[in-house]
Write a protein that binds this ligand. Structure first.
Ligand code: GLC
Length: 728
């Protein structure tokens, strides 16, 4: 009897202990995952592999109805609301009503800020200030957390070289290294030191991989990504961000030379999981599993589900293909249960690491304490300021001289607010945006009279506003023309056949030109623009991109000289659309001095890295620590830069390498390091690049192997080119 009693007691203790492992905060995450997966039914496992959306609930009476439709065991929701109490109500259903109480992962597109909208990512890269981007992303994460979001579908790190593609606005430009560094900076901002920190959110690298190669800049179209360019260009930012600890990735809509990204075992499993050791999960892009049918690799939803899942997509966004087909595929032994368990474990791992099992609910604070705090706006303003690029400044028309007493402020962007937010600014509010005109008022009140006329709309053919604009301009000393793109002209599914602005905007400038007054062109846009006709008509051109909520004052500060512009382009501005693709790290032509366009110049208008300052910087001769090194030796290159002007300024030094005689043809030059520093007038600073040959001089072959060959290399800085010989 005694033995029986002891036996029962042991079983009971074991059982109760077994009950608690996955709920035990102190237990190692891997033990908690293993315990929980062992308890889950197949149906519960499959639910975890799905993501629905919870719409924006404007009517609190519908909360019950809407939430009823959401299965309590669903793995994740795209949370379009920003109401933490709604999130908590939905979460309560999952945690308290479902059998195992697995919390839901609430995701959303927090792309360049949440309610405090920052400049678009393409602009952020022009700041060359990764620390500031980390700060901005950290604030975005906090605002998102306080709104019930645990996971953002960001950063987008798709290298893009065709500005007809609307999504060029969402990434960090044409260069792999720039996308890598800013992607890492953003991941750090979102995820903080630990995913379980109260204001950390999980990052999601997208769109994995090669999406920027969409043929002809047409979104969702076929993309021919060679194995060489896959490794040399498109995977570079992903490898860096996975190494930095990014929790998740999103599989892309595009093809990778015939094998869609959302069904590509090589990229999703061989590279991402087996070689890089990523232990988080991959979510498909919206319906990209079902879209495998359209891409011609699946005859029906079931086959699409099989291909995506077996390739390595763990979570299915929105199309319910997994929900409706995985059970059958397992029954037919086409999907082994071990793969289901691994996929579930990956999703649970992110949830455990986020702390969702231990703290599933959002702390609800008053809305006024959630958003747009003074320090958030200050970061937004700083990032906008450092992202703006002075493209042209003929005869120093900027900063405006103290003789300027009347400034004409003309154009459809002058008082516009909404379009300054840019694409993917879902929670941004027009009335919280500082317009260009408002920034000018703050900067120039009691100093310069502002004379405003809209002149025209962004598009169309109505020139009826021209006369008033010309009249206002005629009575002013300088004409500020504020033009650009509507925010819906870039972003997803926003490809354009030309990157020129609508002709009505160019005609307005041509009319203003007749006044003979100096023209300062201010541009707010989400892509490089064709400026071949506008550039000659403008004395100065200031690219402010889509600066978010706080662009007005920084722009005005640059006009007044209070701010010395320091942005440099993260993407080349072709002279015309016909020059696309033109980017700095192209290969050398086999006939470098011919093969030019017959009808237009072949040089772009502004190269990657272009950006003017109000001061001047003189570069001394750069110095090498050695001119001959072995493959394992480090090399230091230094250059002293002097601010030879009258005002302090920030200078970004871009360091490139080139390998003109290699076993494969390599780009004419490749960015490998950059540094931005402020230098006072008359002072000098040393910039240093520590070259690691394997990291900085090697190239990758078409299967990702890094190869470092002996031979001559060049380090490029400013207009200097220094030769280094690499020996055994
Ligand atoms: C969209 C976009 C992706 C976004 C997702 C969720 O189709 O391609 O960037 O994160 O759906 O909104």
């Amino acid at each position: 009897m005694r033995i029986l009693y002891l036996l029962l007691l042991t079983v009971f203790v074991q059982l109760s202990f077994a009950q608690s492992i996955y709920k035990d905060k102190k237990a190692p995450v891997e033990n908690r995952i293993k315990d929980l997966v062992s308890k889950m039914t197949l149906e519960e496992k499959i639910l975890q592999l799905n993501q629905y959306n919870a719409g924006r609930n404007t009517n609190v009476n519908n909360i019950g109805a809407e939430i009823k439709e959401i299965p309590s065991g669903i793995g994740s929701l795209i949370f379009f609301s920003a109401d933490p109490e709604l999130r908590n109500q939905i979460q309560k259903k999952a945690v308290e009503e479902s059998r195992l109480g697995i919390p839901i992962l609430f995701g959303f597109d927090v792309i360049h800020g949440f309610r405090t909208v920052y400049p678009i990512s393409l602009a952020q890269a022009c700041s060359w200030n990764t620390d500031l981007v980390t700060q901005a992303s950290s604030i975005a994460a906090k605002e998102a957390c306080l709104s019930g979001i645990d996971w953002t579908f960001s950063p987008m790190i798709d290298v893009a070289r065709d500005p007809r593609w609307g999504r060029v606005s969402e990434g960090y430009g044409e260069d792999p290294y720039t996308n890598a560094l800013f992607g890492v900076a953003t991941v750090k901002g979102y995820q903080g030191k630990d995913l379980s920190d109260p204001y950390s959110i999980a990052a999601c690298l997208k769109h994995y991989v090669g999406y920027g190669m969409s043929e002809g800049g047409r979104d969702y179209h076929y993309s021919d990504v060679s194995p060489q360019s896959l490794w040399e260009t498109y995977l570079v930012p992903y490898q860096a961000c996975v190494k930095a600890g990014a929790a998740t990735l999103m599989s892309a809509f595009n093809d990778i030379s015939g094998v869609p990204a959302s069904a590509n075992h090589y990229t999703l499993t061989e590279i991402l999981k087996n070689r890089w050791g990523h232990d988080g999960f991959v979510v498909s892009d919206w319906n990209s599993v079902e879209q495998l049918i359209a891409q011609g690799v699946a005859k029906d939803r079931k086959e699409a589900g099989l291909k995506a899942f077996m390739a390595g997509v763990e979570m299915d966004m929105m199309d319910k293909v997994y929900l409706e087909n995985l059970q059958q595929l397992i029954a037919e032994k086409k999907i082994p249960m071990s793969r289901i368990d691994d996929a579930v474990a990956r999703i649970l791992r992110v949830k455990f690491r986020l702390g969702l099992f231990d703290q599933p609910y959002t702390t609800v604070v008053a809305e006024k304490d959630r958003y747009l705090q003074p320090e958030s706006r200050a970061v937004a303003s700083k990032l906008a300021e450092e992202s703006m690029v002075l493209l042209k400044n003929k005869e120093g028309v900027l900063p405006l001289s103290s003789d300027v007493k009347k400034l004409a402020v003309i154009g459809p962007m002058a008082k516009d607010k909404s379009n300054l937010l840019g694409s993917w600014s879902y929670n941004g509010r027009e009335n919280e945006v500082e317009s260009i005109y408002e920034g000018l008022e703050k900067e120039f009140t009691n100093k310069v009279q502002l004379n405003y006329a809209k002149g025209c709309t962004f598009d169309g053919s109505d020139e009826s506003g021209f006369d008033e604009a010309v009249s206002v301009a005629s009575q002013s000393d300088v004409i500020l023309v504020c033009l650009g793109e509507e925010k819906k002209w870039s972003g997803e599914n926003a490809s354009r056949s030309t990157i020129a602005l609508p002709s009505i905007q160019e005609k307005l400038v041509a009319s203003l030109r007749k006044t003979g007054k100096p023209i300062v062109l201010v541009l707010s846009n989400g892509r490089p623009l064709e400026l071949v006709r506008l550039e000659p008509m403008s004395n100065a051109i200031l690219e402010i991109w889509q600066p978010g909520v706080a662009g007005g004052s920084p722009m005005a500060g640059i006009l007044s000289g209070r701010v010395n512009p320091s942005g440099k382009l993260s993407i080349t501005f072709p002279l015309t659309t016909g020059q696309i693709p033109t980017y700095y790290d192209m290969r050398q032509s086999s006939r470098p001095t011919s093969g030019r366009y017959q009808d237009i110049p072949t040089e772009p208008l502004y190269w990657f890295g272009h950006g003017l300052s109000y001061t001047t910087f003189a570069y001394d001769a750069a110095k090498l620590s050695a001119t001959k090194i072995s493959k394992t030796q480090k090399l230091t290159v230094e250059v002293t830069v002097t601010n030879t002007g009258n005002v302090k300024g920030k200078e970004t030094v871009l360091w490139y390498v080139s390998d003109p005689a290699c076993s494969i043809s390599r780009p004419m030059k490749e960015l490998k390091f950059f540094e931005k520093k402020e230098i006072n007038a008359g002072e000098k600073t040393v910039f240093k690049f520590e070259v690691d040959p394997m990291r900085d001089l090697s190239f990758t072959d078409s299967d990702g192997k890094r190869i470092l060959e002996e031979g001559d290399y060049y380090i490029h800085v400013n207009n200097q080119k220094l030769k280094v010989e690499l020996v055994k």
